[in-house]
Design a protein around this ligand. Structure first.
Ligand code: FEO
Length: 168
């Protein structure tokens, strides 16, 4: 496998692993701070990020490379509010989208069209994730700091976790 492409994929593996840890840290905060629905949603999302990581790991290995696990930092453990959490998630997903786009660009420069094709799944996934989190955040901004509203938002997130189990 092309070394530049393999390095870029390994770096993406690191970022997906970090995403999983980030959402796990957020789920833990939600569970400890009275938002069980958001916690369920985020625990599930942490699993999805691990699935993204594994998809990349298997791809690198299947193409004759060997996936590398790189150092992953500890994510922030404390948050001021649910709105802060979802603001950070949207920001993080935009960063991941940029990262996937950069890896895609590398594959094109290296004429590795097979990997470019493989990355299409991630490109579509990022569109879905950004759209989902931006919808959730818009709702939270409408609610503002209202406690009853946030209680309902928490329930809604629980329903989203149970209902779809997909691109959340
Ligand atoms: Fe793996 Fe949420 O992007």
């Amino acid at each position: 496998m092309n070394q530049k492409v393999e390095n870029a994929l390994n770096e993406q593996i690191r970022k997906e692993e970090y995403s999983s840890r980030l959402y796990l840290a957020m789920a833990i905060w939600c569970e400890a701070n009275g938002y069980p629905g958001a916690a369920t949603f985020l625990y599930e999302h942490a699993d999805e990020e691990r699935m993204h990581m594994l998809k990349l790991v298997h791809y690198v290995n299947d193409r004759g490379g060997q996936a590398k696990l790189l150092e992953v930092e500890v994510p922030p453990l404390n948050y001021a509010s649910l709105t802060e959490i979802f603001t950070e998630i949207l920001k993080h997903e935009k960063f991941i989208t940029e990262s996937i786009n950069s890896v895609y660009e590398i594959t094109l420069n290296e004429k590795d069209y097979t990997t470019a094709n493989f990355l299409q799944w991630f490109i579509t996934e990022q569109i879905e994730e950004e759209s989902l989190f931006s919808t959730i955040l818009d709702k939270m901004k409408l609610i503002g700091g209202d406690k009853a509203g946030m209680f309902h938002m928490d329930k809604e997130l629980e329903g989203m976790a149970a209902g779809t189990g997909e691109s959340a």
